[in-house]
Ligand binder design. Structure first.
Ligand code: AMP
Length: 407
């Protein structure tokens, strides 16, 4: 089934056209700076060089029109008509407590996504804009919402409750939700395909290390804890997000720096993390390059990042009473031997041993074991594919819908 996957940010639309039976990406692209004087458009047919251009794109609706025009272009031959696309899958960041699985989008679902605006003010509003724009562009196909939070619905109460008055959970649903669910799900499933152990007995720690980063403990196929929380701000240090903090720091900074809530929000989400620590960059490649040149603060940022990863690995090994495999994924996890090695340094008590040569030579885009034969825990680099998870879920639901109107 040909499925269009849409992932909308406040000023961007990312898309993938995926053939689900063959699990094949046909074409993908990104439109950025929507609403600015000029927008940047990138289309990338599978196996070919990306085509970049600039256009005036005022809103998400126009972005979807641009994508459809490109896909329908007779020179490209991706689709002959809109009806070749059988379903649209939407990445929705926050499903609140309501959505444990992907769902067909109807009015109730859009209302529920709207209700979760408070929980994810940066993500859910643009996600909904994307849904509305795509429904306008493709009104006759099923649209499916796939939630970043859904995979973590299996967290037990002792893992998702915070130590604050329970009334706040009951009233405002303040609890840990966790994010990057489709990625943690996908990479753990990739590992299950190559291990002989039954899934129900397998304990895995997945490290999604990208610009946003989170770690999950997956026991018997189910997420039982994860480092992000009520929002994607908590957990390990990220590109520009602080990760875990002593909450008292917030009152202290607000008072000392006379910050408003908005200022504080920006400080923790956009000016902290690797960028804040290094005072130089949020991009790990830049930090590694500058640390090599002797920049002390860039080195410190890398050290903090790796230390936090190690802390979570230790914590989740305790949580699960063991660990069979540690899986590294996303931009940093898939591409940086240095970060993988440093995060796993001095974990001898767990019996983790990396094969340095294999780690250094691991190629991007393939699953690769990087632990030595003596290691008691398997360590793998596993490329993530969140779009494929969204496309497959969408195809499943669209198929069911075609068989019964009650789906
Ligand atoms: P993502 O959000 O998954 O696209 O990941 C983005 C992050 O991956 C950025 O911090 C990049 O610097 C980092 N990254 C990509 N390639 C490499 C690499 N070869 N070495 C270190 N970090 C990398």
């Amino acid at each position: 089934m040909l499925v269009l996957v849409i992932n909308c940010g406040s000023s961007s639309v990312k898309y993938n056209l995926i053939e689900t039976e063959r699990e094949e990406n046909v074409c993908k692209g990104l439109i950025e700076r929507i609403g600015a004087v000029t927008s940047i458009v990138k289309h990338e047919p599978a196996g070919q060089k990306p085509i970049k251009d600039t256009r005036v794109i005022a809103n998400h609706s126009e972005a979807l029109q641009e994508i459809m025009t490109y896909l329908l272009d007779t020179d490209n031959k991706f689709i002959d008509s809109k009806s070749d696309i059988k379903a649209v899958g939407h990445r929705v960041v926050h499903g609140g407590e309501m959505f444990k699985d992907s769902v067909l989008i109807d009015e109730d679902v859009t209302d529920a996504i709207r209700q979760a605006f408070d929980l994810a003010p940066l993500h859910n509003p643009p996600n909904l804009k994307g849904i509305e724009a795509a429904k306008e562009a493709l009104p006759n196909v099923p649209h499916v919402a796939v939630f970043d939070t859904a995979f973590h619905h299996s967290l037990p109460a002792h893992a998702y409750l915070y130590g604050i008055p329970n009334r706040l959970y009951r009233r405002y649903k303040i609890r840990k939700y966790g994010f990057h669910g489709t990625s943690h799900y996908f990479v753990s499933r990739q590992y299950y395909k190559i291990t002989d152990k039954p899934v129900k007995d397998t304990k895995v720690i997945t490290c999604h290390l990208g610009n946003g980063a989170s770690i999950a403990a997956i026991d018997g196929g189910k997420s039982i804890d994860t480092s992000m929380g009520f929002t994607p701000l908590s957990g390990i240090v990220m590109g520009t997000r602080s990760g875990d903090l002593d909450p008292s720091i917030l009152f202290y900074i607000m008072e000392k720096e006379e910050l408003t809530l908005n200022n504080l929000h920006a400080l923790l989400n956009r000016h902290s993390g690797l960028l804040g620590l290094s005072g130089y960059a949020s991009d790990m490649r830049d930090l590694i390059a500058e640390a090599k040149n002797g920049d002390r603060r860039c080195q410190q940022a890398i050290d903090v990042f790796c230390y936090k990863i190690k802390q979570y690995i230790g914590s989740y090994t305790a949580t699960m009473n063991g660990c069979d495999a540690i899986l590294f994924t996303a931009g940093i996890g898939e591409n940086s031997p240095l970060i993988r090695k440093q995060s796993l340094q001095n974990l001898n008590y767990l019996g983790v041993e990396i094969d340095d040569t294999v780690n250094e030579e691991a190629k991007s885009g393939t699953i690769q074991k990087i632990s030595s034969d003596k290691s008691k825990i398997d360590v793998y680099v596993v490329p993530t594919n969140e779009e494929l998870v969204i496309a497959i879920d969408t195809a499943k639901i669209a198929q069911a819908k075609s068989q019964s109107p009650w789906v």
